[in-house]
Design a protein around this ligand. Structure first.
Ligand code: GLN
Length: 497
């Protein structure tokens, strides 16, 4: 059987090929490993690939398939963002601080996917400790956008998004604290979903901002995301914010929709926040988003304007809270318990200081300093407490909006992928580009980004769908209906050929 269609194939087709014994999991893994070997030097999407380990997992999957015990992901290759701990494999978080860290255990998400029989191709590049929107803060160098390698893939899960877009992996995990699944999905022309906070266990996910961090899924389509997300969710007593809910079969929910209706989304009301359609969005993005909304209406959905009056305050609220939590979470990296230790120092305090100064990059240090500042006596009330109040107001905005609509739609990002280095000199400018994604994290809601067009330079544009708590199935179903009627999700960068 020719392997070219398999590289392009949705996970459901890979499943059928594996079950029909048209291809083995070892052959499939080899196919993707060879693509990584041939193409990743141009993309830098992977930090660690361990061929023998991957093939051993694939052999185990083949045995399981042969014994008739395969689940939906058994034998399917995937990649993990390097923020998830993987037993016996380097987990760097894109940082010099953890550049020698081999985790003694698997993150809950990694363990679930192993149990499902998925085959890990490796660990993907990311902004250092998931702090960034461009993958440029990685100690291992930036990942690149497969559509234009001179441009960023988005961040912080840039490696996972670039890998899926270039078909170096069919699906990949990511994390989204303020947009890090949805924004790189949009920059790379793929689909990504961040579920309701608490649905995916954070155990073994190296913490950035614990009240916001959430695992998510990347795939070419909503269907592929549904398969991956279903396998990642599940109660975990080791994460105190893990939600104990019966598992949902998201893929089955897609299949169960009425089949041949020309208006499959009839009855769905999509809210368009006035605040998301004002100034600040590029005209190419506006045109692509408007066209996508017209498509949603053609599929039967109704659109209406809603208000999120406090959403404009999401950036300051998010960055205060995220940096505060980061300053506390990252205190564990002191040269004693984990990772990098400075080679020369005079005493214990000097060892802490040098290890942290040498082990952390500039952006991480900036955030630890700012986070410590907003939590310090005399500033706590002025910054941190105010940010928490804004967070509550933003959550209230969404609650009111979901009284008037089922889903909210808008652009994922006000800009498309920028050129490498274009924003590095101005971190605040880069923070502003998170305007549409951060409100969703502050409220703990699920959000999805799917491709909906291109800008004049040929870079992908993403549409963001936001749902009420636990509406993942509804989000995925709406995106799936859109993708059944359009082909944006089937477009591939030349680099993927
Ligand atoms: N760009 C945001 C930040 O830098 C979001 C990152 C994320 O979601 N991990 O904090």
């Amino acid at each position: 059987m020719s392997t070219a269609p398999l590289v392009e194939a949705p996970v459901s087709a890979l499943r059928r090929a594996l079950d029909a014994k048209n291809i083995s999991s070892v052959e499939l893994a080899t196919l993707f490993l060879e693509r990584i070997e041939a193409r990743d030097s141009a993309l830098n999407a992977f930090i660690t690939v361990e061929r023998e380990r991957t093939l051993a997992e694939a052999r185990a999957a083949d045995a399981r398939i042969a014994s008739g015990e395969a689940g939906p992901l058994t034998g399917i290759p995937l990649a993990h963002k390097d923020v998830f701990c993987t037993e016996g494999v380097l987990t760097t978080c894109g940082s010099k601080m953890l550049s020698n860290f081999v985790s003694p255990y698997d993150a809950h998400v990694v363990a679930l996917l192993k149990k499902a029989g998925a085959v890990s191709l490796g660990k993907t590049n990311m902004d250092e400790f998931a702090m960034g929107s461009s993958n440029e803060t990685s100690y291992f160098g930036p990942a690149r956008n497969p559509w234009k390698p001179g441009h960023v893939p988005g961040g912080s899960s840039g490696g996972s998004a670039a890998a899926v877009a270039a078909r170096l992996a069919p699906i990949a995990t990511g994390t989204d604290t303020g947009g890090s699944v949805r924004q790189p999905a949009s920059f790379c022309g793929i689909t990504g979903i961040k579920p309701t906070y608490g649905l995916v266990s954070r155990y073994g996910l190296v913490a950035y901002a614990s009240s916001l961090d959430q695992g998510g899924a990347f795939g070419a389509s909503a269907e592929d995301c549904a398969l991956l997300l279903a396998a990642m969710t599940g109660f975990d007593a080791r994460d105190s914010t893990s939600l104990d809910r019966p598992p949902e079969d998201y893929a089955a929910a897609l299949a169960a929709q009425p089949a041949e209706s020309s208006r499959p989304l009839a009855g769905l009301v999509i809210g368009l926040p006035r605040e998301f359609f004002g100034d600040g969005m590029s005209s190419d993005i506006r045109a692509a988003v408007e066209a996508a909304l017209a498509q949603y209406r053609a599929l039967g959905a109704a659109t209406r304007e809603v208000d999120l009056p406090n959403a404009k305050l999401a950036i300051p609220a998010y960055y205060v809270i995220a940096m505060a939590e980061a300053s506390s979470n990252l205190s564990r990296f002191d040269g004693v318990r984990y990772g990098y230790r400075a080679a020369e120092f005079t005493d214990l305090a000097d060892m802490y200081c040098k290890s942290r100064c040498e082990g952390f990059g500039a952006e991480v240090q900036r955030r630890i300093l700012a986070g410590t500042y907003v939590l310090s006596h005399g500033y706590y009330d002025a910054y941190y407490l105010q940010a928490q109040k804004l967070r509550r107001l933003i959550g209230g905005d969404f609650r009111r909006a979901f009284g008037e609509c089922d889903l909210i739609a808008g652009p994922t990002s006000p800009v498309t992928a920028w050129e490498l280095g274009a924003m590095s000199g101005d971190p605040a400018q880069m923070y502003l580009a998170d305007i549409y994604t951060t409100p969703v994290n502050l409220a703990g809601l699920p959000g999805l980004s799917h491709p909906c067009g291109f800008d004049a330079g040929g870079l992908p544009v993403g549409l963001q769908l936001i749902g009420d708590y636990f509406s993942e199935a509804r989000l995925l179903a709406a995106a799936h209906r859109f993708q059944q009627a359009t082909d944006w999700h089937l477009r591939r960068p030349a680099l993927a050929a």
